[in-house]
Design a protein around this ligand. Structure first.
Ligand SMILES: CC(C)(COP(=O)(O)OP(=O)(O)OC[C@H]1O[C@@H](n2cnc3c(N)ncnc32)[C@H](O)[C@@H]1OP(=O)(O)O)[C@@H](O)C(=O)NCCC(=O)NCCS
Length: 147
């Protein structure tokens, strides 16, 4: 795992498009996220150095809060602990930025991701009906209080 750079844009974009076929972020949005002043993006790489996952945090210093912006692991590399390792690293960064609570949204039809978040202390705090478009799927809003 290492910090993401602008040179990872192609690899992240490819995983994004394969992972979120109906609501992938645009390449421009991903580039802006990677360059953001208050974001922290990581990539997971395989033994050959190829990007096999990524995750991002938004946590302006002084706000006391953070948001898990995204997390994705390439399909063949799932269930090997990579997603959990990325999330743990983002939560460590949130703590380093003095955030005491971290939020995220997850599709209501994505119990696997919700299970990952629950395993790291996130709890459901709200549902946002039909948040994900064009699919019309609810968002589950989750929050973790950092110790
Ligand atoms: C969600 C995602 C990032 C998890 O990454 P991963 O590397 O496969 O996750 P891990 O191997 O670290 O899993 C850690 C734990 O999370 C839970 N979990 C992860 N995927 C799960 C699934 N499909 N079903 C049930 N539980 C799951 C399990 O508790 C798992 O521990 P275990 O394998 O010991 O049972 C990955 O499945 C993914 O990229 N999915 C598509 C994109 C996505 O949904 N992103 C989240 C958007 S909010």
């Amino acid at each position: 795992m290492r910090a993401a750079t602008a040179s990872d844009l192609d690899a992240i974009d490819a995983i994004e498009r394969a992972t979120f076929p109906t609501d992938a972020w645009s390449r421009e949005l991903i580039a802006a996220e990677l360059a953001g002043a208050h974001t922290h993006y990581l990539v997971a790489v395989d033994d050959a150095g190829a990007v096999i996952g990524y995750a991002g945090l938004l946590a302006p210093r002084g706000s006391g809060q953070g948001d898990i912006q995204t997390i994705a692991v390439a399909e063949p590399a799932r269930r090997q602990g990579i997603g959990a390792a990325l999330l743990d690293a983002l939560l460590a960064e949130a703590r380093a930025r003095a955030a005491f609570e971290v939020f995220l949204e997850v599709r209501a039809d994505n119990p696997g991701a919700e299970a990952l978040y629950a395993s790291r202390g996130f709890e459901r705090i709200a549902v946002r009906p039909r948040y994900y478009q064009p699919d019309g799927v609810d968002a589950v809003v989750m929050k973790a209080v950092l110790s």
